[in-house]
Design a binder for this molecule. Structure first.
Ligand code: GLN
Length: 195
């Protein structure tokens, strides 16, 4: 089977790191900035960065409706950190004007860990990923405060906070696997796109 084409929403954030990780995980990775580029992908990554900025740029680049439509049609999407926030149906501590794609039925709290400690690293066991816990890097990360029906909790940090979820074709983590060189989570997403 040819390698699936996976786009990285390239408006702001750590786009290059995801492109590198996806390539290493066996995908044809491409930046996505235009609706026509979105049309050409089999899956999409929304990177970490700043969700308020990504939200604004999604409108400026006229990508909101095309992404909403592809998500509704079943496009596999993986959101990391700010990308997780962009996939949530409800955001706490967000800016009133920020808007996401509302694909995963969950409430996330923006900068949640940041009120305790800005950045930290921790081992996180992820359901469906073999080989031991991932070394998870959290940077002003959100956590998931509530999940709705149909949302599978894939991982938690040691205090029980939910940091990885999946609902259907949508996957989200509070942390940044693209920064560690461990490709297991990207491979997991590439397999989801293949299936
Ligand atoms: N705090 C950022 C936000 O609100 C997310 C941080 C990140 O993506 N590393 O979007």
């Amino acid at each position: 089977m040819p390698a699936p084409v996976i786009g990285v929403l390239a408006l702001q954030g750590d786009v290059r790191e995801h492109l590198t990780a996806l390539t290493g995980a066996g995908a044809q990775a491409r930046p996505v900035r235009r609706p026509a580029e979105l049309d050409a992908v089999d899956g999409l990554v929304i990177p970490g960065g700043e969700s308020t900025t990504i939200s604004k740029l999604v409108d400026i680049f006229e990508l909101r409706e095309p992404i909403d439509k592809r998500i509704a049609a079943g496009l596999p999407v993986y959101g990391s950190c700010a990308g997780m926030i962009m996939l949530a149906t409800e955001v706490l501590d967000g800016r009133p004007d920020q808007r996401g794609f509302e694909g995963i039925s969950m409430t996330v709290r923006r900068n949640a860990f940041g009120r305790q400690v800005d950045s930290f690293e921790a081992p996180v066991e992820i359901a469906g990923i073999e080989g031991g816990p991932l070394h998870a890097v959290f940077i002003r990360a959100p956590w998931v405060e509530r999940v709705g029906e149909g949302v599978e909790v894939l991982g938690r940090v040691s205090d029980g906070r939910i940091v990885a979820v999946r609902q259907g074709n949508l996957l989200a983590t509070s942390f940044h696997p693209e920064l560690t060189g461990d490709l297991r989570l990207h491979r997991h997403f590439v397999n989801l796109v293949r299936a």
